[in-house]
Design a protein around this ligand. Structure first.
Ligand code: DQA
Length: 142
């Protein structure tokens, strides 16, 4: 069983980027905590980050056929990334949307997600542990 963890634009800057919202762990640290949890749960995990929506779409199209679920923090694409949303719809996979910060407690433009209506659920505001919870849920369901 394979889970994909996908990180959108600017998440490669975690650790130094607006740490009051996103915490001080780097993306590398978050991915390695996820890999550790995946080993414990005995699932395979593939992680991917891109600053480009088309690359995220390419990755989903290529990898979804061999996967059982998707964890995605779409970054700012959360709020307007319609081709990313369509790529997710085109997979039959359960999708869990994760945000480090609580998008509902921030600027108005962040409070709308174009991904949420097509996701199984959304975890927002729980920091890096939100990714771990998403992995546990997908692993338990598959
Ligand atoms: C984010 C929230 C988005 O609004 C923002 O553009 C990000 C990170 C989060 O994890 O809280 O890049 O997805």
């Amino acid at each position: 069983m394979k889970i994909l963890a996908i990180h959108g634009p600017n998440l490669n800057m975690l650790g130094s980027r607006q740490t009051e919202f996103y915490g001080d762990k780097t993306l590398e640290e978050i991915d390695s905590l996820l890999q550790e949890k995946a080993r414990e749960l005995k699932v395979e995990l593939e992680t991917f980050q891109s600053n480009h929506e088309g690359e995220l779409v390419d990755f989903i199209q290529k990898k979804a056929p061999q996967a059982s679920g998707i964890i995605i923090n779409p970054g700012a694409l959360t709020h307007y990334g319609l081709s990313l949303r369509d790529a997710l719809i085109d997979t039959p996979l359960p999708v869990i949307e994760v945000h480090l910060s609580n998008i509902h407690a921030r600027e108005e433009f962040r409070q709308k997600s174009v991904i949420a209506p097509i996701a199984q659920g959304q975890i927002s505001g729980l920091g890096w542990r939100g990714y771990i919870a998403a992995l546990e849920i997908l692993a338990a369901e598959a």
